[in-house]
Design a protein around this ligand. Structure first.
Ligand SMILES: Nc1ncnc2c1ncn2[C@@H]1O[C@H](COP(=O)(O)OP(=O)(O)OP(=O)(O)O)[C@@H](O)[C@H]1O
Ligand SMILES: [Mg+2]
Length: 295
């Protein structure tokens, strides 16, 4: 937050529009030529490089020719009106769209020199490496301990109980939950508060040793205090992981991310330094969105 020009963020807040509703008639007036991405698409030493990524759900062309590098140890926020393709694009990053019938992804996504869209890629280890935290906290109907131990056990990450215990403790510590649950590890994960459940899900994600953590509106079901804890956590996790977060809250994007990507009707319109996107956007569509108006 301190890197963001406070008055500008207040200005965004003042509009009272957190989730602008996109009116389809607005799109008719927007020339497709104006949809080429502006801003800093490329970074030095990217963690992931997406090139010409397209996604179709049957006839619906949901993502158009997206090019985007995702940097190491950065938090990149994906913003844009409802239905613009944020979740669809996020799911491209760990092949989660494979699970949706009729969904076709094309283009290239390179991570650690490997093409993740290749048929040869085993998606199970990929989804441990690029792991997802969902909108609604979804702990397994198991104990707190088992929620975190489950992933490392199926991925064979621990050789014995001592090692497994260590992974569980470290993951809960990194997720900022250890002190609250250390005396009740055998109690059900579903018995925690919403914010604690979401931190448990983050611990579960961390436990499988990811490089990239995908978060799709991770705070939308949480109150402001639980949200603030997750936002602080995201900032701490950035030192070890790359985080891609989808959010409807521009204040949240401004607080937690270093880069922001603005999507509009399946196009990546603009990407760049978060401060610049919110204080001096280059594209008219970005400006319209962050000021709460379209057209
Ligand atoms: N499982 C699916 N099956 C068919 N079409 C889908 C599916 N998921 C998304 N779509 C379509 O793809 C487009 C992008 O949707 P997506 O959910 O990625 O948008 P979003 O930006 O995440 O929206 P929101 O902010 O409402 O979550 C929309 O036209 C949507 O109807
Ligand atoms: Mg979504």
């Amino acid at each position: 937050m301190d890197t963001i020009e406070k008055s500008k963020v207040d200005e965004i807040e003042d509009t009272g529009v957190k989730e602008p509703v996109f009116m389809p008639e607005d799109s008719a007036t927007i020339d497709r030529e104006n949809r080429a991405t502006v801003g800093e698409v490329f970074v030095d030493n990217p963690r992931m490089s997406c090139r010409d990524v397209n996604v179709h759900y049957g006839e619906n062309h949901a993502i158009h020719d997206v090019n985007l590098d995702i940097g190491c140890n950065e938090v990149i926020a994906m913003i844009g009106p409802s239905g613009c393709g944020k979740s669809t694009f996020l799911r491209c990053l760990n092949r989660m769209n494979d699970t949706i019938e009729g969904c076709k992804v094309s283009g290239s996504i390179i991570m650690d020199g490997e093409e993740i869209n290749s048929k040869k890629i085993d998606v199970v280890p990929l989804r441990a490496q690029v792991s997802m935290v969902f909108q609604k906290p979804n702990p397994f109907p198991k104990s707190i301990y088992e929620n975190v131990a489950f992933g490392p056990r199926i991925h064979g990450l621990a050789n014995n109980k001592v090692e497994l215990d260590e992974i569980v403790v470290t993951s809960l510590e990194k997720a900022g939950l250890w002190n609250e649950v250390k005396d009740r590890l055998d109690k059900p994960g579903t018995g925690l508060s919403g914010g604690q459940q979401q931190r448990l899900c983050i611990a579960r994600t961390i436990a499988v040793g990811p490089e990239v953590i995908l978060m799709d509106e991770p705070c939308s079901a949480l109150d402001p205090i639980a949200t603030a804890r997750i936002e602080d956590l995201i900032d701490e996790l950035r030192t070890q992981f790359t985080i891609c977060i989808v959010t409807h809250s521009m204040q949240q994007a401004a607080r937690v991310s270093q880069r922001t990507a603005y999507f509009h009707l399946g196009d990546l319109i603009e990407v760049g330094d978060t401060t610049k996107i919110f204080t001096n956007p280059k594209h008219q569509l970005t400006e319209d969105y962050i000021t709460g108006r379209f057209g």
